[in-house]
Design a binder for this molecule. Structure first.
Ligand SMILES: Cc1cc2nc3c(=O)[nH]c(=O)nc-3n(C[C@H](O)[C@H](O)[C@H](O)COP(=O)(O)OP(=O)(O)OC[C@H]3O[C@@H](n4cnc5c(N)ncnc54)[C@H](O)[C@@H]3O)c2cc1C
Length: 398
């Protein structure tokens, strides 16, 4: 069976599905939108097994303007301050929202809450969501990009949005070049119940192998607060940590992180990711655009990957807003995609290089730039303009 949709989004992850909703919602013409996703929608997870994302104040504002924030608020924890320290060194710094005259420096949201919120909106907007269907190949049919799917059907698009993740097969099929940085670190993520939470406080602790971050989650379990922990370390360390029993992992984590939130009591399912960074050197082709991890996969050290994608989505929706998909003028669409590419370029370069610079500090056993040194931390603690700048970066202000 052959079908056609004005916008086909390949990959219904956090970015692809959100983009489908925002484009459909902001389109002045009645464009048809289809999302192809090989997984089934997320089922609800146990509290200790949820994944979470730290959203910047800028992302919150954009989600609010798209009508998506109200539904997320109960699954969100505001970060009112961030405690920064270094393993086995004196000195620490506290970045606070109050000092910046803000309600919060960022917001931790459960990924499952975002997915179900995006899905509800997608259904109400009558977006065609095809789950459990894998994109097998991209076929070149001349004017329109066309995909062959695992259910035996084909779909072509006026605009193909490639959002199939960091190892994007479609990006490879389109032969779009990337700058890739091999992973020298891995991240372990899991949720941890603790005995003494500090309300609204996130923690970032630098070790010689990478940072360990504790992000407050909105839920508690048996009355104990829960944090989402992202622990970046070299592969050999991660290979040792991953098969450990829960109690051995918690003991190792406690030794590295210390007692800032009391005893670490229990942990949920853990996952690990290689922290390779990938940056597409071109993001648009004839009737195609790369989005999300397919366009840029960032080290999670600064929690910027999804936040950057939210700004990209906003920019793409703006350039497509009054494009007439019925008339479908190919030259006009190319011009609009070029405008999109220019409008996001500097944001992508700045965010990618700032994140890579921070991540590369930990690539060698003796880091040349000691961001977590007592001196740097003291400077951060006593210099309000510097503190403001660091807080602004975290809030998505360029
Ligand atoms: C440990 C960790 C912590 C992070 N924390 C933060 C944070 O705090 N703040 C922040 O801003 N960012 C954070 N990020 C980054 C953020 O998670 C990513 O930017 C975001 O998830 C990218 O989403 P995506 O939809 O582009 O990619 P993905 O989530 O990879 O989605 C791609 C989708 O495409 C589907 N797909 C792939 N191939 C096919 C195919 N052939 N056919 C059909 N479907 C296909 C997949 O099933 C998947 O659902 C973090 C990342 C990690 C690893």
């Amino acid at each position: 069976m052959q079908s056609k949709s004005h916008i086909v989004v390949a990959g219904g992850g956090l970015v692809g599905l959100l983009l489908a909703c925002v484009c459909k919602q902001s389109q002045s013409s009645c464009a048809t939108v289809t999302v192809i996703e090989r997984e089934f929608p997320l089922s609800s997870e146990a509290i200790l097994d949820t994944r979470a994302t730290a959203l910047s104040a800028d992302s919150r504002q954009r989600l609010h303007s798209w009508g998506l924030w109200a539904g997320l608020e109960s699954s969100t924890a505001a970060i009112t301050d961030i405690h920064v320290s270094r393993y086995r060194r004196f000195g620490s710094a506290l970045l606070s929202a109050k000092e910046q005259q803000l309600d919060a420096l960022g917001y931790v949201v459960e990924n499952s809450a975002m997915m179900s919120s995006w899905l509800d909106l997608a259904r109400s907007l009558e977006i065609d969501i095809r789950t459990g269907v894998t994109i097998d190949a991209m076929t070149d049919t001349g004017e329109y990009p066309s995909l062959s799917l695992s259910d035996g059907s084909n779909i072509s698009a006026s605009l193909l949005v490639v959002a199939d993740g960091a190892r994007s097969r479609l990006r490879q099929s389109l032969n779009m070049k990337t700058l890739a940085r091999e992973a020298s670190q891995y991240a372990i993520a899991c949720n941890v119940a603790v005995s003494e939470a500090v309300e609204g406080r996130a923690f970032e602790r630098f070790t010689e192998e990478g940072p360990i971050a504790f992000l407050p989650l909105p839920n508690s379990i048996n009355g104990q607060a829960v944090y989402n922990v992202i622990w970046c370390a070299h592969q050999t360390t991660v290979d040792q940590l991953m098969p450990m029993s829960d109690s051995a992992l918690l003991a190792a984590m406690q030794e590295t992180f210390g007692w800032r939130v009391g005893r670490l009591l229990a942990c949920g399912a853990r996952g690990s990711w290689p922290l390779a960074s990938v940056e597409a050197t071109e993001v648009t082709r004839h009737r195609c655009v790369l989005m999300g991890n397919a366009a840029h996969t960032l080290h999670p050290v600064a929690g910027q990957g999804f936040n950057l994608s939210v700004r990209d989505i906003s920019a793409l929706a703006t350039v497509l807003q009054d494009f007439d998909f019925e008339r479908d003028d190919s030259r006009e669409l190319s011009e609009r995609l070029r405008n999109f590419s220019h409008s996001v370029e500097s944001d992508r370069i700045v965010t990618q290089s700032a994140t890579t610079a921070l991540a590369s500090v930990f690539d060698t056993p003796s880091p040349a730039i000691d961001v977590g040194s007592p001196l740097a931390l003291s400077a951060l603690d006593i210099t309000p303009p510097l503190r403001r700048r660091v807080a602004q970066l975290g809030m998505g202000v360029r």
